[in-house]
Design a protein around this ligand. Structure first.
Ligand code: HEC
Length: 264
């Protein structure tokens, strides 16, 4: 047998029920755990009834503080707590091992999961972006730089005024939202955090991994301008970028723009 490697888990999963590696949560083992837990409970219940019927403990009388916190009861509470944790872990194991969680992107999240995940995302951003110092205002040059990056990197998923996102973006779970109103819902420091750090288990990348700090702020500058941009404005910005780069803008029929209307 080869020495254990970092792919041990993957191997164990690949080995499946062929028994090459120990699987703690195989259906057989789960049944063994359940049977074990039941016999332990049964043994405790038996011991208790024997103690009561044998007159070893007095079943009657009002409980006193001392009796509520007797060593025996404390042990029972601990045991109860552990059993509850065990039951939860068991439930999770059954869901995971039984393949009950539908991990496909073609089915939406359960409503309760979607609500919890959304709330967790909002709070996570609010808490982590609290101490970030955002510039009090952005320059036109920053908005333009942000636009260029946004147009090339973000429109496939998020679209833009007058620009729909890629058809495949609708096949994602969760689907990427249009960002026209993002600046109304998030403070600039929060947008900086979301764009820079991304969102786990969605397809939103952490752009700070591949952009400088200044470039992330440029994107925020553009997102701040986005609520005020019409489809015509956006088309003009594309046309201006076209003129500046000498290359045709991607997949958009840009109308000829008079240079005087170019925001820069
Ligand atoms: C591959 C697809 C994809 C790309 C490319 C992408 N995003 Fe996202 N983005 C997402 C998804 C999916 C979400 C939704 C996350 C969620 O539901 O919590 C998201 C969320 C966001 C949000 C929060 C929206 C809100 O209203 O809560 C912002 C802001 C954002 N993206 C900005 C950007 C910017 C700026 C870029 C380009 C630099 C970009 N994204 C590129 C997929 C993408």
């Amino acid at each position: 047998m080869s020495p254990p490697t970092s792919t041990g888990v993957a191997e164990a999963m690949a080995a499946g029920s062929s028994g090459k590696k120990t699987r703690f949560f195989s259906v057989k083992n789960i049944l063994i755990y359940v049977a074990g837990a039941f016999s332990a409970l049964l043994a405790m219940a038996r011991a208790k009834s024997t103690a009561v019927s044998g007159g070893i403990v007095d079943p009657g009388g009002p409980p006193t503080i001392a009796s509520i916190f007797s060593i025996k009861n404390i042990l029972l509470y601990v045991f109860g707590g552990c059993s509850a944790l065990f039951a939860m872990a068991l439930g999770a194991a059954v869901v995971i091992e039984g393949g009950l969680f539908n991990a496909t992107a073609s089915t939406p999240h359960l409503r309760v999961v979607a609500i919890a995940a959304h709330a967790a995302f909002i709070r996570s951003v609010e808490v982590r972006a609290r101490d970030i110092k955002a510039p009090t205002q952005f320059t036109a040059a920053e908005v333009t730089a942000g636009f260029r990056d946004y147009d090339a990197s973000c429109t496939a998923c998020h679209g833009a005024p007058g620009v729909s996102n890629a058809a495949w973006a609708h096949a994602m779970t969760p689907p990427p939202p249009y960002l026209e109103d993002a600046a109304r819902r998030w403070a600039p420091r929060e947008l900086y955090w979301i764009v820079g750090q991304g969102a786990k288990m969605t397809a939103m990348p952490a752009w700070a991994e591949v952009r400088s700090d200044g470039q992330v702020w440029d994107l925020v500058a553009f997102l701040e301008a986005l609520p005020y941009l019409s489809a015509t404005d956006y088309a003009r910005m594309r046309a201006a970028a076209h003129n500046a780069n000498g290359a045709p803008p991607r997949a958009f029929p840009s109308p000829p723009a008079p240079p005087s209307t170019v925001p820069e």
